[in-house]
Design a protein around this ligand. Sequence first.
Ligand SMILES: CC(C)(COP(=O)(O)OP(=O)(O)OC[C@H]1O[C@@H](n2cnc3c(N)ncnc32)[C@H](O)[C@@H]1OP(=O)(O)O)[C@@H](O)C(=O)NCCC(=O)NCCS
Length: 149
Amino acid sequence: MMDGELRMGRLRWWHLTAVARMERVVFGPEAWSEGLLWTELAAGHDYRAVFDADRVVGYAGVALGGHEAWINNIAVDPERRRRGVATMLMDDIVARARAAGAKAVFLEVAVDNEPAQRLYDRYGFYGIGVRKNYYQFTGTDAAVMRMDL
Ligand SMILES: CC(C)(COP(=O)(O)OP(=O)(O)OC[C@H]1O[C@@H](n2cnc3c(N)ncnc32)[C@H](O)[C@@H]1OP(=O)(O)O)[C@@H](O)C(=O)NCCC(=O)NCCS
């Protein structure tokens, strides 16, 4: 598929139906529902997306507060991968976490999720712990990772 010009923007409630659809494709039974995504936005968590025209091709949510930032979610449309979309999202998160005075960024990632781990390696994330059976449907463990700012 051809890429148009990609731009970053805020994720708004009117994007959530499309995002919930992408969640189902990307995460299957672990997908966040549209209702849960609404709750995330209502809780004030900052969600940004990469758009091709008006179409969401990737999105990420971050909770900024105090001296830490938590990445809640990051996903890219399977048809748009390996073109730097997640990198745009991560660069933006790191810049905003820094600007907010955070000292570290944290996230959880499935221990068998190699693409995501490669991405996080590039940013200098390192493992600080493991949550056993973190993912409800697969029982997969999650690695808790930290990046110092
Ligand atoms: C992980 C994910 C967000 C990466 O998105 P992306 O837009 O394809 O990533 P980018 O194009 O910015 O890739 C940046 C770098 O990450 C690494 N990477 C990304 N996908 C990879 C893959 N499939 N295999 C190996 N390395 C990979 C590479 O180092 C890549 O740089 P390169 O393309 O120059 O080699 C995407 O694969 C995805 O949505 N996966 C499913 C959802 C998910 O696992 N989310 C994370 C949950 S914690």
